[in-house]
Ligand binder design. Sequence first.
Ligand code: UDP
Ligand code: MN
Length: 323
Amino acid sequence: MVSSKALHMILFVQSLILLFALRRMRYTGELVLRHAQEMTVNHPGEKQPEIHLRNEVLTMRPIYVVTPTYTRPTQMADLTRLSNTLRLVPNVHWIVSEDRVHISKPVQQLLEHSGLSYTQLAAPRPASLVGKVIGRGVFNRRAAIAWIRENASEDGVIYFADDDNSYDTRIFEEIRQTVRVSVFPVGLVLRYGVSSPIIENGKVVGFFDAFQAGRKYAMDMAGFAVSVNHLLSKPNATFPARVSYLEEGFVKSLEVPVTELEPRAEMCTRVWVWHTRTEKAAKPSLENLKEADYLAYSNTNLEKLHKHLLEDSSADKPTTNMP
Ligand code: UDP
Ligand code: MN
């Protein structure tokens, strides 16, 4: 048995050690701080690269990347890939606009986890267009435009980036230079394998695209960007609810003549964005577990795994997370 006197002694010695350790930590902290201050005062040019970098990024024009999206088994895979791309691009604000009544929890969690500056929107279709091809991606893109008109910085640029496409980060630096409407080639489009503006003597004279169908601006959604300023100068610019004519209708409503479109990506000689498509996949369900002899999986991870996969509770309000 340790006597109470000895116990007090031990406690006293321990307190002394703790006090000493705390003082030492404070002293070290002060030393580090003083050292850092000396470095920034004496060698400001050399010792502040990060601060300079941050200022440079902050003075870059913001890019508002609008991604229409809808709930389906491959959605998280597509959005994850796109979020990883966008994390490589400075000064991006990602507007993810869902084709549904309420924003969804999985998308919200993905956005939070991405660390990106973002806005999550949801836009319902009119009842008459629910489940119809004609409503695909129209009302959620319109909601994003409305958000931009209200909230975006005037020197920004808007780009419509579908969730399943593939992007070389260089395309974003091209987009950033948009004065009114910039245009560039998109790879893997229909039977020509590419959709591109046709350039003659440095000017756009037409469009090389397998789907002409009377389109004046025969472009893919991924092949153009518009400045916020220009969008604001066209209060009626919007997406029509007309299948296969979303790009045509929207770009037309921006009222920039074909020859005044701004060719980018080395005068439209480079492909830095591709119209890739994700193969459809089965939706995981508890039914499948049952079919595959569910009882054999009791006391395993599978039930929880499926619960996570099926989580799709809805939230009510649009959320935004800007610096
Ligand atoms: N999309 C949408 N609602 C729909 C169908 C598509 O919001 O009902 C979105 C989709 O997530 C994608 C974009 O619109 O970001 C283009 O759709 P999709 O990739 O299916 O078109 P495709 O590449 O086949 O032309
Ligand atoms: Mn697609």
